[in-house]
Design a protein around this ligand. Structure first.
Ligand SMILES: Cc1ncc(COP(=O)(O)O)c(C=O)c1O
Length: 411
């Protein structure tokens, strides 16, 4: 992203500030589309990566569907312009009201993650006198070789059901007048940089789909989840063409539409978090640069030890001397760091930094710990910038509690 535009955005909207490059998002989507163009496919953007309505709307305008994990996300997808027939709904803990709303909305299908959930969906569909379109998330017990917190394809992870149970559930669903099994699903983890586990999983799930076909359970959708990683520092990115070829080979003989659920790949590298330096300090020999963003704005370093490269966008420093420092926020936790042990020149109050590759799981994980506002968000497209979300105000943060406090005090 052009530094001059970033400086302008920081000046106009202040920091901390997320900036997303919509043209870069389009390019990432095009890469995905091209890889799968030989086959009927639907790209369902995983909203959890970045649920800003303008981001959703941008991807929807380019043909994307949505992969959602709460009824809130389903509503966001619809508000962002995604047609209901392109929305799928996954997640291990769907509440009754969420299931009911999803069925009433008539989305494409629900990804079922347990036997108990399948029975709940059946009984809710019965009470609505409808038939629920479902897909079962199968846990292939494959190690995705990623950070354990974002690995989801092993039996020790809470996601999906094992092959044998999946088969029983499909047979049950096929016989139920209130269930319509239309798809099969797996998602083994996020930030994946090795192809092998994905292809291995696809083969296992395709074998299951073949054996279901033999039982006259003819599924229309083969949902390969998301998880394709991006380069934060020096990771090797998966070749999308090889990925698509591997999937196509695995599903040979199945007449299915492929559904992909990329999140990070589409938006991760298209975003930065802008932050200004507040102070520098030394505790003994340890150097800290304290900035106005913190773990409430960007959780990934605190949560996964994730690394976001730091780019100095504007600095009044004229020396070239550099030394190691931790770049930290103002939150009262030692896990509140945005970068650890990075080599940076002397920085002064007001210098502008960009934490790169922050478009995914950045703003979406932001929170208000220490009563800090969630940051504003800006989009850039064809050289123009526009505000997507205002910084949350103190009044917005506290309105709900204040109303109840005043009500109680008045009694
Ligand atoms: C079911 C499901 N689909 C898609 C995704 C998106 O993953 P990613 O952002 O790594 O592409 C996730 C994220 O964990 C997920 O749980």
């Amino acid at each position: 992203m052009q530094e001059s535009l970033l400086k302008t955005c920081a000046r106009e909207f202040h920091t901390p500030l997320y900036v997303y490059d919509f043209d870069a998002i389009s390019i990432q989507l095009e890469k995905f589309k091209n890889a799968f163009k030989a086959r009927k496919s639907l790209i369902c953007y995983a909203l959890k990566a970045n649920p800003n309505l303008s981001v959703i709307n941008h991807l929807a305008s380019l043909g994307c569907g949505a992969d959602c994990v709460s009824i809130g996300e389903v509503r966001r997808a619809i508000a962002g312009g995604v047609p209901k027939y392109k929305i799928i709904y996954s997640g291990v803990g769907k509440r009754d009201d969420e299931i009911e709303s999803a069925l009433k909305l008539g989305i494409l299908f629900l990804n079922v993650e347990s036997e108990a959930e399948l029975l709940r969906i059946e009984s809710i569909a019965q009470s609505l006198e409808s038939r629920a379109r479902i897909s079962i998330r199968v846990n292939p017990n494959i190690d995705a070789k990623t950070h354990p917190y974002i690995s989801t394809g092993l039996h020790e992870n809470k996601f999906g059901v094992d092959i044998e149970l999946a088969k029983r559930l499909y047979i049950y669903a096929k016989k139920s007048p209130f269930l319509e099994p239309v798809g099969i699903h797996f998602h083994i983890g996020s930030q994946l940089t090795t192809l092998e586990p994905l292809i291995q999983s696809a083969k296992i799930i395709a074998d299951l789909a073949h054996s279901l076909l033999a039982l006259k359970i003819d599924l229309k959708f083969f949902d390969i989840g998301g998880g394709i990683g991006i380069c934060y520092t020096d990771e090797q990115e998966i070749d999308l063409y090889e990925y698509a070829q591997g999937i196509l080979e695995a599903i040979k003989g199945l007449d299915v539409t492929i559904i992909c659920e990329p999140g990070r790949f589409l938006v991760g590298s298209a975003g930065v978090l802008l932050s200004k330096v507040l102070y520098e300090k030394h505790n003994g020999s340890k150097r800290f640069v304290i900035v106005d963003a913190a773990m409430n704005d960007l959780m990934r370093p605190a949560l996964y030890n994730a690394v976001h490269n730091v780019r100095i966008i504007e600095s009044c420093n004229t020396t070239t001397l550099e030394s190691r420092a931790d770049i930290v926020g103002a939150i009262c936790e030692s896990s509140d760091f945005l970068a650890k042990d990075v080599v940076v020149p002397a920085l002064a109050s007001g210098d502008l930094l960009a934490f790169e590759n922050a478009g995914a799981y950045g703003a979406s994980m932001a929170h208000t710990y220490n009563t800090r506002s969630r940051p504003a968000e800006v989009g850039i497209q064809k050289g123009k910038y526009f505000l997507l979300k205002e910084r949350e105000s103190f009044e917005e943060m506290t309105a709900n509690e204040l109303r109840l406090l005043h009500k109680r005090l008045e009694q």
